[in-house]
Structure formats: structure tokens, C-alpha cells
Design a protein around this ligand. Sequence first.
Ligand SMILES: CC(C)(COP(=O)(O)OP(=O)(O)OC[C@H]1O[C@@H](n2cnc3c(N)ncnc32)[C@H](O)[C@@H]1OP(=O)(O)O)[C@@H](O)C(=O)NCCC(=O)NCCS
Length: 195
Amino acid sequence: MNFTEFETERFLFRKLRESDFPIVYDWLGNSENMKFRKSTLSEEETHKYLDWAISSANEEECKNFEFATIIKETGALIGVASIFNLDIEPELGWTIHRNYWRHGYGTEMGKELLNFAFGTLSLRRIIAGCNANNIASYRIMEKIGMRREAHFIKSQRRNNELNAEWCDRFQYAILWEEWKKLRCNLTTERKMYVE
Ligand SMILES: CC(C)(COP(=O)(O)OP(=O)(O)OC[C@H]1O[C@@H](n2cnc3c(N)ncnc32)[C@H](O)[C@@H]1OP(=O)(O)O)[C@@H](O)C(=O)NCCC(=O)NCCS
């Protein structure tokens, strides 16, 4: 399926654009925002990421959906909601600018990603993973109905923000039939914009 933009009551999920660079770099280049990632990104790496996201979105059969997430009321780009690796093992991801943390946006993005992944892309199974210290990220996974199915011990070396420690990693998953049971709680009104 090609990249499809859509909106919900609160958000617009659209393609990333080169003009998003300043705000995207403001989170990818920030050590607080990237605490649980391998490292912060340089300006050049951020441009490369944007080029990759934009070219992925333009593929006829999109395998990596990187949705710029906009609050409709204010027009603010607050983060990116992702469904990636569709050709390998479909996985969810979320990154929100630190100014917008703890407003429930991450959980709402997670729900909408699941609705899109199962309701629109008709996927069978989806995973998500995070550093075991990243409580906010795995709480989202739990709140949207995913199950913890793996705990990898000291499997990843992390960045200077975590003193380059070896960290544990959690993996969560959800099947289509599990989502279907939860759907009445998760589904919201969506308007789709197919190009
Ligand atoms: C992970 C992230 C997307 C969470 O976004 P958010 O909008 O703050 O999340 P929500 O407000 O929906 O909160 C989700 C849950 O996490 C909890 N939470 C949020 N921040 C927390 C923190 N710093 N410490 C502990 N719990 C936290 C919330 O209380 C909520 O759980 P609850 O309902 O049981 O109270 C955001 O912190 C972020 O972008 N972090 C940097 C990038 C990142 O690490 N991405 C994930 C990589 S795997």
C-alpha cells in the first residue's frame, strides 16, 4: 500500500517534509529526548533520516511509515509515529518532542498506529521494543494492549546519557485477533487521504 495520510479528532498524521528539519533536529539532536536511543543525531544524520523517511513515503509499496504528528488545533508538529520494517517484522515506534511529554499524546499515537496497522494495512502481528528503563515507552505498549513477550538481559550498549551501560530490552507484541477484541476501546473516527 502507498503512504496514506489521515486525521483523527486531535491529530493529523502526514508525510514528513524537508521543511520539518528544524523541529525534527530539535528532538533528534537533543540528549534528553534521545536518552534511550543509541545516540543523538547530527544535522547531517537528521537530513539523512528525513531523506529516508520522505523517499520511503514515496515508494509505491511503502514499507516504512513515518507519520509526522500534528496537533490540529495549534498546527504544532509534536513528534513522529512510525510503523516500519513491514517487509521484515512490522514494528511500531514513537518519538515526541520533550515539550509535549506527559499529556497522553504518546498513548494516543500508539492507539492510532495500531488502528492503522490492523484496520488499514491488515497486518497479522506487530511488535514494539524499548530499553527496559524507558518506562514511558513500555507503558504506552501496555496501555494499547500489547503483551510483553521478551526481556533481553543487558543486550544493548546505550549512550553517554546512560553512561554507556549495557541495558536490558523489552519486546512487546500484539496479534490482529487481540486488537480486534480491544477495538471498541481503541477505535476512533478517522478520515483517510489516499493519494
Ligand atoms: C516515550 C514517549 C513517546 C512517551 O510519550 P508521552 O506522550 O509522554 O506518553 P503518555 O503521556 O501517553 O504516557 C504514557 C504512560 O507513561 C507514563 N510516563 C510518561 N513519562 C514518564 C516518565 N518520564 N516516567 C515514568 N512514567 C512516565 C505516563 O504516566 C503514562 O502511564 P500511566 O497512564 O500509567 O500514568 C516520550 O517520552 C518520548 O518521545 N521519549 C523520547 C523518545 C523515546 O524514547 N521513544 C521510544 C523509543 S522505544
